[in-house]
Design a protein around this ligand. Structure first.
Ligand SMILES: [Zn+2]
Length: 166
């Protein structure tokens, strides 16, 4: 089960890069989410950030990773690859991750945290239910959130919604 004590220093380094990608997305007028796909040999194979500002609300980085992995990696490579992400996968991305057979997921913030922030800030509910990854993809090993990184992500989301820093 998810537990931030599972995170290693290296996990945190990768997650910090995801938060940086999320910041780049925000700076570019998009929602602050960023993700990396890392091979078993510790090579960053693919990275992306949210690209929903053009109107296609499915353009989440975790979904892009699943599609890229299906096209470019063998079944064995996919199973041993790890996805790092600034925010826990939504149900769409968790399903895509499981369908293509990717390995572990490590996230900086949980969907539960994001949902709690939205509630606290009076942000309207999203069209897709908030579920933990394992409610959608029970076989996927997950780790997260990380307290310090989650605070960085929270600040990006405050900025997204134009809310004064709290
Ligand atoms: Zn998603």
């Amino acid at each position: 089960m998810a537990n931030y004590f599972d995170l290693t220093h290296q996990d945190r380094d990768y997650l910090q890069r995801c938060v940086q990608l999320a910041k780049e997305a925000l700076d570019d007028g998009d929602e602050p989410f960023g993700s990396l796909l890392v091979s078993a040999e510790d090579e960053v194979l693919f990275s992306d950030r949210n690209r929903v500002s053009d109107g296609d609300r499915t353009r989440h980085p975790e979904f892009a990773i699943a599609r890229w992995a299906a096209e470019h990696l063998t079944e064995e490579q996919r199973a041993s690859a790890v996805v790092y992400t600034s925010g826990e996968h939504c149900p769409m991305c968790a399903a895509a991750h499981a369908w293509v057979g990717l390995g572990r997921i490590v996230y900086a913030t949980s969907s539960e945290q994001l949902s709690a922030w939205h509630q606290q800030w009076g942000i309207e509910a999203r069209p897709v239910a908030t579920l933990p990854i394992n409610a959608v993809a029970p076989g996927v090993h997950t780790a997260g959130p990380d307290t310090a990184l989650a605070e960085q992500v929270r600040q990006l989301h405050l900025q997204l919604h134009g809310i004064e820093q709290q």
